[in-house]
Design a protein around this ligand. Structure first.
Ligand code: 5GP
Ligand code: MN
Length: 341
């Protein structure tokens, strides 16, 4: 199998995750890191920026390197590498400031990912948009490559974490029954599902919960006719609630718990940019909106983008103005589909 051969024939392997690493980026890189270590490789996990505190328990995370705080070290690691393994992102630009180092590197480059439209310049590109998570693909790759014996308890814990977080604790993108055979196998290998759920979701500080409360009671704007919700958060508000990276992770799904709301946007002010997260239910595709309005992308039901030139208010206004027409043309299409049946 090509992926196995690529790994076996490399010595210095760098595992890369995307900016703002989530459970799937963390789980897939760390799972593969454990596997490569078992194979006797010099393997290093690199993240473009800090990961949220609720992933601090993950096995192996202490040996990873964050580019933002150790730029020179990361440069050296990448320069020395003979294989770059990019996990859970589809284009080098999703690795933030590491993009240039990836492009410049003479190492072989392998992609393992589940986002639509991967870029082309890979030695090996395994892109499966139907997969629930990159972690699911890590599991499948190990099994297909005859490397089941590498699926230790720690590898299984990492894989389960990404499968759990990318499906909202198995509430969306989770209707493939095979996922549950995989989970059963991971349980055979010693994972404690309940513990992983608690480690990720029940280690919050008070201010994070209060921030969620504030967003819901004060900041969530509803547009019932459009079926949309937009929530924004400024830097000043982040300071008030002692915001830490990851504190608003998952918030964007909340407004869709309201009957009739099927698209939700969360707009967050960072020091250098405005970050937009979009979520939807059903066939309403938010990756197109992310692409059109913010040069971003993602999946049908979960996408995002960034703006470097506008204020928070300007981004919100642009969304407010644009969403109704997207919803209108979606409804039109749906109606046509019904009549053509
Ligand atoms: P989140 O809203 O959790 O940051 O991102 C959800 C999904 O949207 C990600 O898995 C990723 O596919 C996509 N996404 C988020 N931000 C960006 C972006 O700036 N550019 C692109 N191309 N995709 C993004
Ligand atoms: Mn993912």
């Amino acid at each position: 199998m090509a992926a196995r051969r690529l790994m076996e024939s490399s010595e210095h392997i760098v595992l890369l995750g995307h900016t703002g690493p989530d459970g799937d980026a963390m789980g897939s890189t760390l799972a593969m890191w454990h596997v490569l270590k078992q194979m006797g490789k010099d393997a290093q996990v690199v993240y473009p920026d800090a990961y949220p505190g609720f992933f601090r328990w993950m096995p192996g995370v202490g040996e990873s390197t964050v580019y933002k705080s150790m730029k020179e070290k990361v440069r050296e690691i990448i320069e020395k590498a003979d294989l770059l393994l990019c996990l859970d992102f589809n284009t080098p630009s999703r690795a933030g400031q590491i993009e240039e180092d990836i492009e410049r590197s003479g190492a072989r480059k392998m992609l393992l990912d589940h986002h639509l439209y991967p870029t082309k310049d890979w030695t090996l590109c395994i892109s499966v948009p139907e997969a629930s998570s990159t972690c699911e693909l890590v599991y499948r790759l190990l099994v297909t490559a005859g490397m089941e014996d590498r699926l230790t308890r720690d590898v299984a814990r990492c894989i389960y974490t990404g499968m759990m977080t990318d499906t909202g604790n198995f509430t969306y993108s989770c209707n493939d029954k095979e996922l549950y055979y995989i989970i059963a196998d991971l349980m055979e290998r010693g994972i404690d599902k309940e513990q992983i759920y608690r480690d990720v979701n029940c280690n919050n500080c008070e201010s994070r919960l209060r921030l969620t409360g504030y967003l819901l009671s004060e900041k969530m704007r509803l547009y019932p006719e459009t079926g949309a919700a937009i929530t924004s958060l400024s830097l000043t508000e982040k300071q008030t609630y002692k915001y830490q990276k990851g504190d608003t992770e998952g918030y964007v799904n909340k407004p869709m718990e309201i009957e009739g709301i099927f698209v939700s946007a969360f707009v967050s002010e960072d020091a250098d940019k405005i970050k937009v997260s979009l979520r939807s239910q059903g066939d309403f595709a938010v990756n197109e909106i992310a692409e059109d309005l913010f040069g971003g992308g993602g999946h049908k039901n979960a996408a995002g983008g960034e703006s470097y030139t506008e204020t928070l208010e300007e981004v919100v206004s642009r969304l407010e103005a644009a969403l109704p027409s997207y919803v209108e043309s979606y409804r039109k299409q749906e109606t046509e589909k019904t009549y053509s049946r």
